[in-house]
Each structure stands twice: as structure tokens, then as C-alpha cells.
Design a protein around this ligand. Structure first.
Ligand code: NAP
Length: 275
């Protein structure tokens, strides 16, 4: 496992995602992920599984300092005290006195961005949050958040897979010393069945899923999240550090991007995306 350094944050390049994982799945799968070597765990208030994540981490025996833990504030935490109280509740559920990264989950909220960024900064000063970031932000909103914040912004967590180019977001991130954290890398089941990705995988003795995880982490400043509720898939998803894609293979995978490649686009939450 290697780490991505971004504005002072050292983030393990491969993280275990817990979206759409009810408590039972977290209790069943996360301990196995940790045994395999996953040390970066991604949750969110809206996933409603922070307490289950906290239970597993507390029982794992792994020193807290060895885990990189991320959670995200949901959009309905409006007003300074409600925002801060929601993070205190997250910490309580996660059974820790700090998270390594706290993100604004989506840009749209009735709480102005300046106030939300101000609250993130306050949480950093209080030691409850080591690093701060955003999620689902466009390049314009990234620049705005950077301008509003005293503490550096470590990442923008966005949908990213071979069918969706994120070159603009990645370039903007680099401009500010930030990283890009990729979610939805399996593109809703399309990746594991893609003929080109399977073909590239066959050359390396790897699956299409492994090719795409590798494609993500092989890009400078990119962190990959991977979720599975299927324990037998964990070794597959973790085993992406012992091979490398050639420049031609990287380019061929980038070539799958299409203008209509975006999958996650909830109108009430999303910004005006970069084209
Ligand atoms: N910030 C945001 O707004 C946002 C949005 C979405 C996700 N995220 C984060 O990013 C994480 C990753 O995104 P995601 O949950 O969509 O996960 P993903 O890694 O893209 O994969 C999810 C789907 O692919 C399947 N899968 C996983 N590994 C596979 C493999 N090796 N072969 C075939 N199929 C495989 C999983 O099925 P099974 O589980 O049935 O195995 C699951 O249905 C999330 O868990 C969450 O932490 C953030």
C-alpha cells in the first residue's frame, strides 16, 4: 500500500468504502478487509453505519493511528451548532476522538459554503478533524472552498471511472495541492464486464475490476475507494499493488470516457458539473 500526500494529509491510496452497507454487512465484511490490509475506511453520516464502522474498528486491535478514517457531513446539517453537533455525534458513533478526514458530502445546502467551511476549520482547530475536504464539487466550487478556508483542503471525492473523464477536476485539484478521491470505480457493474478492460487484465493475470483500481491509483494524486459486501471479492480488490499498467494501457482506458458517462447526478444535491 502506498499513500497519496495532499496538503499535509497522507492518505492510503486504496480505501474501503461502505456506501449501501447496512450494519450487518459492515460487521461481516469490514473485519475481513482490515485483516487483508485495508487501512483507509470511508463512511458518511447518511450511510447510517458509522456506529457499526466504529464497533469494528474498536474491536480490530489495530492502533487508531494506523487507520485513516473519513466521514462526511450530510447536507441537512444547517446552522453552525447543528453542523458541529452532527460531527460530535459522528465521533461518538465512530468511537474515536477524531476523524482523519471530514468532507462536505455534496455542495448544495441551505447553509452557505463560507459557513460550512468555517465550521470545518473550527473542527480542525479543536482537534476533532485532522484534514478537511469536499465531495462532488465542480472546479469552480473547489476554487471557492480553497479561497474560503484557512486550513488546506485535502481532497475532492468524486465519481470517477473509465467512462467519465475527470481531467478538469484532477488538474484543478493539483493546482491547489489537493488529491482526487475516486468513487464508483466499478461504474455500477459495467467495469467487471468490459471487454477491453478484461483483455488488458488477461495480459497481467488480473480481472477488469483490478485493472480499473490499478488505473486509478497509478494516476498521480488519485486515491481509489472500493466497496464490496462480498468477502470473496476482497482479496481481488486489494491485490492491485503487484503489477503496473503500461502508458498505452492507461491511455486506452482513458479512451473509454464518454461525454454522457456520468452515473451519479442527483439534481437537488449536484452542482453545475464541469463539461
Ligand atoms: N461522496 C459520494 O457522494 C459517494 C458516492 C458514492 C460512493 N462513495 C464512496 O465510494 C465508495 C465506493 O463506491 P461504490 O460503493 O459505488 O463502490 P464500487 O467500488 O464502485 O463498487 C460497487 C459495486 O461493485 C461491485 N463490486 C465490487 N468489487 C467487485 C469486483 N471485484 N468484481 C465485480 N463486482 C464488484 C459491488 O458488489 P458487491 O458489494 O455485491 O460485491 C458493488 O455493487 C462507497 O462505498 C463510498 O464509500 C461516495
Amino acid at each position: 500500500m502506498f499513500t497519496v500526500s495532499a496538503n499535509g494529509a497522507n492518505i492510503p491510496a486504496l480505501g474501503f468504502g461502505t456506501f449501501r452497507m447496512p450494519d450487518e454487512d459492515v460487521a461481516r465484511v469490514l473485519p475481513e478487509a482490515l485483516k487483508l490490509g485495508f487501512r483507509h475506511v470511508d463512511t458518511a453520516q447518511i450511510y447510517k453505519n458509522e456506529a457499526a464502522v466504529g464497533d469494528v474498528l474498536a474491536k480490530s486491535g489495530i492502533p487508531r493511528a494506523d487507520i485513516f478514517l473519513t466521514t462526511k457531513v450530510w447536507v441537512d446539517r444547517v446552522g453552525h451548532s447543528a453542523f458541529i453537533a452532527s460531527v460530535d455525534e459522528s465521533l461518538q458513533k465512530l468511537k474515536t476522538d477524531h476523524v482523519d478526514l471530514l468532507l462536505l458530502h455534496w455542495p448544495q445546502s441551505e447553509m452557505p459554503l463560507a459557513d460550512r467551511v468555517g465550521a470545518l476549520n473550527e473542527l480542525v482547530k479543536a482537534g476533532k478533524v485532522k484534514n478537511i475536504g469536499v465531495s462532488n464539487f465542480s472546479t469552480a466550487l473547489m476554487a471557492e472552498a480553497v479561497k474560503l478556508s484557512d486550513a488546506p483542503i485535502a481532497t475532492n471525492q468524486v465519481e470517477y471511472h473509465p467512462y467519465l473523464s475527470q481531467t478538469k477536476v484532477l488538474n484543478e485539484a493539483r493546482k491547489h495541492g489537493m488529491s482526487l478521491t475516486a468513487y464508483y470505480l466499478m461504474a455500477d457493474g459495467k467495469v467487471p464486464n468490459d471487454p477491453l478492460l478484461k483483455d488488458i487484465g488477461a495480459r497481467h493475470g488480473k480481472t477488469a475490476a483490478q485493472v480499473v483500481l490499478r488505473w486509478a491509483i497509478q494516476q498521480k494524486d488519485v486515491i481509489a475507494l472500493s466497496k464490496t459486501a462480498t468477502v470473496s471479492r476482497l482479496p481481488e480488490n486489494f491485490d492491485v499493488f503487484d503489477f503496473a499498467l503500461s502508458l498505452d494501457e492507461m491511455e486506452a482506458i482513458h479512451g473509454l470516457a464518454k461525454p454522457e458517462g456520468r452515473i451519479v447526478n442527483p439534481g437537488h444535491l449536484a452542482p453545475e458539473w464541469d463539461n
